[in-house]
Design a protein around this ligand. Sequence first.
Ligand SMILES: *Cc1c(COP(=O)(O)O)cnc(C)c1O
Length: 362
Amino acid sequence: MSTLTMTKVHNFSAGPGILPEEVLKQAAEACINFDNLNLSLLEISHRSKSFDAVMENARALVKELFEVGDEYEVLFLGGGASLQFAMVPYNLLRENGTAGYINTGVWAAKAIKEAKIVGNTKVLASSEDKKFTYIPQGYEIPSDLDYLHITSNNTIYGTEMKSFPKTNVPLVCDMSSDIFSRKVNAKDFALIYAGAQKNMGPAGTTMVMVKKDALGKTGRKMLSMLDYQAHIKGGSMYNTPPVFPIYVSYLTLLWLKKNGGISWIEKVNQQKADCLYNEIDRNPLFVGTVEKADRSNMNVCFLLKDAALEPEFDALWKKANISGIRGHRDVGGYRASLYNALPLESVQVLVDCMKEFEKQKG
Ligand SMILES: *Cc1c(COP(=O)(O)O)cnc(C)c1O
């Protein structure tokens, strides 16, 4: 095989996001010669011994990292996190039941839209009044809800739940953009889902971890492809699964485990976030966009106080080989995504650009 060389780009992309370089190299190798079969991963049966082992190991590793037992099942499905916006109510919301939602941004709102089509849906709290710049607190959670849906990290606006609602109602969480970035008590959740392409792997698969006893209660006649139980019964291979994104997600989770697991990455992620937020707060040219207490450690949103300086600042960071920090079109300014695979060194390069810009303008 040819040697793959990569120029060092500091990749702050919000999604699909950065993956560890060694994972990309292993993934490339698997496209040519997977598991010493002299066949590509892309041209063998998903029911082959080699891929079956990947699926089993990947599902087991998710449970290991979340520290849960056999009361949970792990699936790797297609359709993106957006399909889960529909599958969650379809599988958990009874015909006469009610689901609760917290509206913390674009993704939460899309989840609410789908749930409303499936059944009774109540929005218990929203931060829309202040452009989703904070996490609502102190709302009432009715005890008779079928489930409460939350979004742990708001990729677009840059807020993150530092703690989760205390409730006896089954808790469902969209963790697409902060899964395995910090320690969470997974046993507090009935269902966790995450599109792989932010913090866990490439686009094309979505991890769903569900407590078995939460299922089968809706009374609904289920379409098979939308039925978690059908996928569980099929070992996450009810139909042909997205083999490549699952394999690369598995490699990424192995990378995480090998380097010290969640407790390691949580520390690194805190260092990266502190480094950047400290500079945003110190540097008179910049300002953060969300409530300090609710700042995301994954997606750091900030503005130049004088937007007219943007072209000059953009030229500076581009010269430093920084990529992907332009803000989402709904927010503007800048968004630096500090996903697991982004090294602290890249954050330091961005901070140095901000300091340099201050010197130039000061
Ligand atoms: C990106 C994202 C989604 C949508 O994921 P798709 O896989 O594109 O459907 C949903 N929720 C959150 C929090 C996200 O960041």
